[in-house]
Design a protein around this ligand. Structure first.
Ligand SMILES: Cc1cc2nc3c(=O)[nH]c(=O)nc-3n(C[C@H](O)[C@H](O)[C@H](O)COP(=O)(O)OP(=O)(O)OC[C@H]3O[C@@H](n4cnc5c(N)ncnc54)[C@H](O)[C@@H]3O)c2cc1C
Length: 338
């Protein structure tokens, strides 16, 4: 399909919160050459440019005045293979879970714990998606991009992406400067499994080493039981990041709440689940206008069907303020406000 440009474009199908907003111009392209052509045409016209994936980590706060780009670059190719490893390249527009499904089917290990995370391959490399003890940076080898300002290609090696918890150079120093066009992954052809997290530990009890497919199936079942399906209930997944706090802050909380869940990062820092902090503040199931803190997982804010961006932002602010008042911890949104 050639480059497609649509004005005053309805974004409801392009944000999993289901917010009813429009984009001034929405452009889709299918190849790197088309992207370069689009960028040359829109560059310098003074309009704001935003590249999105499936919109599963975005909160549109109003209509978007400017140009939204969306990738239709969809391919998955095997570049090389040896006894230990397979190198696979995928287009940025591939649905992330389609990639995970193919990898599990081919008995390639590395992406199975990240199954069923909404979104596309390009955004996965921007966001450093993570779940069940695995972050995508552990399987990323290279990220192929085009610089928006020049249209020039640039390949980032994994270490140049400065990956951190739900973080990368594309979300920080180079925010809005590069479009990811493809990602090169390195997966294991021998079983390399991560089963430390919660219900996944049950797979350890099995006699045989679980296959990538068995882990993927278990992850999907757990996710379906706990998380809202975007097709049924709008959300952008975890609204807040889990805060990392100095040990003394954790110690103070633990003095009052003996069973505060936590994960020791090092001798000085501890990560505390934001969901627990929010639940302690009594927000589980709380509604505000059309928005609500999800009953089954208080880290998620959902659109009950008629939420406005203001409903969601006000509820998020109330949660944040309440957590600060009670614990003196400043939780930060994971969701990108647009
Ligand atoms: C129900 C639910 C569950 C979720 N569970 C998880 C989870 O377990 N773990 C997790 O990490 N996340 C989770 N998320 C969040 C979300 O799925 C991820 O952040 C995902 O990577 C977003 O992908 P997307 O394609 O929708 O990107 P978008 O939300 O459209 O964009 C995210 C960011 O990436 C940028 N971007 C997108 N595509 C490109 C590109 N090609 N080039 C450059 N920049 C780009 C955008 O500008 C934006 O800054 C969940 C979301 C939902 C709705």
């Amino acid at each position: 399909m050639p480059i497609k440009k649509e004005s005053n474009y309805d974004l409801r199908a392009h944000n999993t919160f289901g917010i009813d907003v429009n984009a001034e111009l929405f452009i889709t392209y299918d190849t790197v050459d088309e992207l370069v052509e689009v960028l040359a045409a829109v560059r310098g016209n003074g309009k704001r440019i935003l590249h999105i994936g499936a919109g599963s980590n975005l909160l549109f706060t109003s209509d978007f005045e400017g140009i939204i780009l969306h990738s239709g670059i969809k391919f998955i190719e095997h570049l090389s293979r040896n006894e230990q490893q397979v190198i696979v390249r995928a287009g940025a527009g591939v649905v992330w879970d389609d990639f995970c499904a193919l990898m599990a089917q081919n008995k390639h290990y590395g992406s199975e714990n990240l199954s069923h995370i909404p979104g596309e391959v390009g955004a996965a490399a921007v966001q450093n998606i993570g779940a069940y003890g695995v972050e995508v940076e552990s399987i990323i080898k290279q990220v192929e991009t085009i610089e928006i300002a020049t249209g020039k290609p640039r390949v980032f090696q994994a270490q140049q992406c400065h990956y951190g918890y739900r973080d990368s150079i594309f979300k920080n120093k180079l925010k809005g400067q590069y479009v990811v066009t493809a990602v090169v992954f390195s997966l294991s052809t021998v079983p390399k499994v991560h089963l430390d997290y919660g219900q996944l530990q049950e797979l350890r009890a099995l006699d045989a080493m679980p296959s990538a497919q068995a882990i993927r199936d278990a992850v999907i079942a757990i996710r379906k039981s706990k998380l809202p399906e975007p097709s049924e209930l709008g959300s952008a997944g975890s609204f807040f990041k889990n805060p990392v706090v100095p040990v003394n802050v954790y110690d103070e909380i633990a003095a009052t709440y003996a069973n505060v869940p936590h994960y020791v990062i090092d001798g000085e820092r501890v990560k505390i689940p934001a969901a627990w902090l929010i639940e302690q503040c009594g927000f589980k199931g709380k509604t505000h206008g059309g928005a609500a803190v999800y009953e089954k997982q208080p880290l998620i804010i959902v659109n009950q069907g008629h939420a406005t961006p203001t409903d969601i932002m006000e509820l998020a602010e109330a949660v944040k303020q309440s957590v600060y008042n009670k614990f003196k911890i400043n939780i930060q949104p994971e969701v990108n406000y647009i």
